[in-house]
Design a protein around this ligand. Structure first.
Ligand code: BES
Ligand code: ZN
Ligand code: ZN
Length: 491
C-alpha cells in the first residue's frame, strides 16, 4: 500500500472513500478531525445512528464531496484511548474497505495525535492490509482479496514521514514471517528457511549468513538436532545470521528461533486434532528471519546474531526413540522421555552453539514450545520466562509499545528438578501434565550459562490464531518481530 501524507490546507486528490474519525460521547459522537470541506448534511444524518464506539463504522454514498463514499470511524471514548484502541479502530477500517472493495482512501487523522499514536495507526493500517495469497492454500471463498492500494493521511506533516517508512519496513518483515508460517509445511522446509536467510544476506551487505548442514552438524556434535531430524528425509540445518549495526561495540544479542518445519510428535505420535496445525512449528524461526531483515532494513545500531535450528519431527523407522539417550552439543546427556518435546532439544543445541561461537551478552529464544501455554493464557499473550529482572522489564516495555503482549511465568528451581533423569543428566519431558510451559523453559535454562541474561518466549498461542481478526487477517501473526526489534533498539 502506498501511504502518503497530506496537509489540511492543500486540496486533496480524489479517492473512493473519505474516512472521518469520531470520539464516542454521551449524547452524540464528536468529530475527532478538523476540516471544513465536508458534505455536512450527510454527516449529520450519518451521526444519528452511530455512537463512535471503538471500531464502529457507518457509511454512505455522497454526491457532494470529491470522494464517492464517506465512512465514519469510531475511536471510542477520548478519555479511554490507548494505542490498542487506535490499532483496533484502524484495523477495522481496513477490514471494512476490504469487504466493500474500496482500494483508495483519504483519511482525516484524529486531531493532535501523538507520535506513538500515529505509529499505532500506521502499523494497524499496514498489519490489517495483509492477505496470504499463495494459490495453493487459498479457498475460493477468500479470493480475490481486495487490499488497500493507496491511503492519504490528512493532517500529518513531514516529521511523520519517518514513522511511515519505519512502520512499512517493520510490517514487511512481519509479513515475511507470516508468509513462511502460513505456507504448506512442504514448502517451508529447513532448506527453504536457509534460502530465505541467504536472500536477506544477499539484499543487505550488513548481514552475513552461514548454514550448517548435516555434515557440519555432525562435526559440531549437535546430537540433539540430529536426533530429532532422524525420521525425516530432509536434511537438518543450523542457520546463523549475523548483523553488526554497531561493530565498534562488543555488545551482542542472540535471538534463537525454533524451526520445526512439521511436528508429527515423532514416535510419540500426536493424535488427530493436534497435528493439523503443526506446519506452524517454525514460527520462532520465521520471527528470527523477520527480526534480522528488519534490523538491516532499519539500520538499527545494535549487533544481533540470529540462530535457527531447523528440523522436521517426522515418523519413520529411523526416528529417534523414547527411552534412548543422546549427547547434546554441550556434552550433557538427555534421556528422551517424549519425542514430541522436540523443540527444547533443538533449542538446547542452538543456544549452546551460539554461546560457544559468538559469546552473546544475552539470549532471547522464541518457540512454539508447548500446548500448555495455550491452555494457560490462550492466544492473547506469549509466555515470558526470564532469568534477569532488567531484561524482564525491558521485554514487558517492548510488549506494551508494540501491542505484542507477554505474560510472565515462573522459572522456579522445582521445575528444573522435575527434569532430572535417572539414567542421564536430564530428561526432555517430566512425564506429568504439570506446568509444561515451565518445565519446558527450565529444560532450556539448563543449557544457558549461569550469569547470562536469557529470556524464553513461548509463542505457541500467539504465533497463529484459530480465529482471525481485522488486525491479524490470516492465521500467522509474525509475532516476535516487532517485540524484539523494539526490545533490542531500547537496550
Ligand atoms: N509444537 C508443539 C507445541 C504446540 C502445541 C505448538 C500447540 C503450537 C500449538 C510441541 O513440540 C509439543 O508437542 N509440546 C508438547 C510437550 C510435551 C510432550 C511435554 C506439548 O505441549 O504437549
Ligand atoms: Zn512436539
Ligand atoms: Zn513442536
Amino acid at each position: 500500500m502506498q501511504l502518503q501524507i497530506g496537509s489540511l490546507k492543500v486540496k486533496r486528490k480524489p479517492a473512493e472513500a473519505l474516512i472521518l474519525p469520531y470520539w464516542e460521547d454521551k449524547k452524540k459522537p464528536v468529530p475527532a478531525f478538523s476540516g471544513e470541506d465536508m458534505d455536512k448534511p450527510l454527516l449529520s444524518l450519518l451521526e444519528e445512528d452511530f455512537k463512535g464506539e471503538v471500531a464502529e463504522v457507518n457509511y454512505s454514498y455522497s454526491t457532494a464531496g470529491i470522494e464517492k463514499k464517506v465512512i465514519l470511524l469510531g475511536l471510542g471514548q477520548k478519555s479511554g484511548v490507548t494505542l490498542a484502541s487506535f490499532r483496533k479502530a484502524f484495523a477495522a477500517l481496513v477490514d471494512f474497505c476490504r469487504k466493500k472493495k474500496i482500494t483508495t482512501v483519504n483519511i482525516y487523522m484524529p486531531k493532535s495525535v501523538e507520535t506513538k499514536e500515529v505509529e499505532a495507526i500506521v502499523d494497524a493500517l499496514l498489519m490489517a492490509n495483509y492477505s496470504f495469497d499463495e494459490s495453493k492454500r487459498q479457498t475460493a471463498k477468500e479470493k480475490p482479496v481486495c487490499l488497500l492500494k493507496k491511503a492519504l493521511l490528512i493532517g500529518l506533516d513531514k516529521k511523520h514521514e519517518k514513522i511511515i517508512e519505519r512502520c512499512s519496513l517493520l510490517v514487511d518483515s512481519v509479513n515475511l514471517a507470516r508468509v513462511l508460517v502460513n505456507r504448506n509445511a512442504d514448502d517451508a522446509k529447513a532448506q527453504d528457511l536457509a534460502d530465505a536467510a541467504w536472500q536477506i544476506a544477499k539484499k543487505y551487505s550488513s548481514v552475513q549468513c552461514k548454514v550448517l548442514g548435516k555434515k557440519e552438524l555432525e562435526k559440531e556434535k549437535m546430537g540433539l538436532i540430529l536426533a530429532v531430524n532422524r525420521g525425516s528425509d530432509q536434511d537438518p540445518a543450523l542457520i546463523v545470521l549475523t548483523y553488526m549495526g554497531d561493530p565498534k561495540n562488543g555488545d551482542k544479542t542472540a535471538v534463537v528461533g525454533k524451526g520445526v518445519t512439521f511436528d508429527t510428535g515423532g514416535l510419540n505420535l500426536k493424535p488427530t486434532g493436534s497435528m493439523e496445525d503443526m506446519r506452524i512449528d517454525m514460527a520462532g524461526a520465521a520471527a528470527v528471519l523477520g527480526i534480522m531483515q528488519a534490523a538491516a532494513a532499519l539500520k538499527i545500531k545494535k549487533n544481533i546474531i540470529g540462530v535457527i535450528p531447523s528440523v522436521e519431527n517426522a515418523i519413520d523407522a529411523k526416528s529417534y526413540k523414547p527411552g534412548d539417550v543422546y549427547i547434546s552439543h554441550s556434552g550433557k546427556s538427555v534421556e528422551i522421555t517424549n519425542t514430541d518435546a522436540e523443540g527444547r532439544l533443538i533449542l538446547a543445541d542452538a543456544v549452546s552453539y551460539v554461546q560457544k561461537h559468538h559469546a552473546p551478552n544475552r539470549i532471547v529464544d522464541l518457540a512454539t514450545l508447548t500446548g500448555g501455554v495455550v491452555v494457560a493464557i490462550g492466544e492473547e499473550a506469549s509466555g515470558l520466562f526470564c532469568n534477569e529482572l532488567k531484561m524482564t522489564e525491558k521485554l514487558k516495555k517492548a510488549a506494551e509499545e508494540t501491542g505484542e503482549r507477554v505474560w510472565q511465568l515462573p522459572l522456579y528451581p522445582e521445575y528444573a528438578a522435575l527434569m532430572k533423569s535417572k539414567i542421564a543428566d536430564l530428561k526432555n519431558a517430566s512425564g506429568g501434565r504439570k506446568a509444561s510451559p515451565c518445565t519446558g523453559a527450565a529444560f532450556i535454562q539448563q543449557f544457558i550459562a549461569k550469569d547470562l541474561p536469557w529470556a524464553h518466549l513461548d509463542i505457541a498461542g500467539t504465533a497463529y490464531l484459530s480465529d482471525f481478526n481485522p488486525y491479524y487477517p490470516s492465521a500467522a501473526t509474525g509475532v516476535g518481530v516487532k517485540l524484539l526489534i523494539s526490545f533490542i533498539e531500547n537496550l
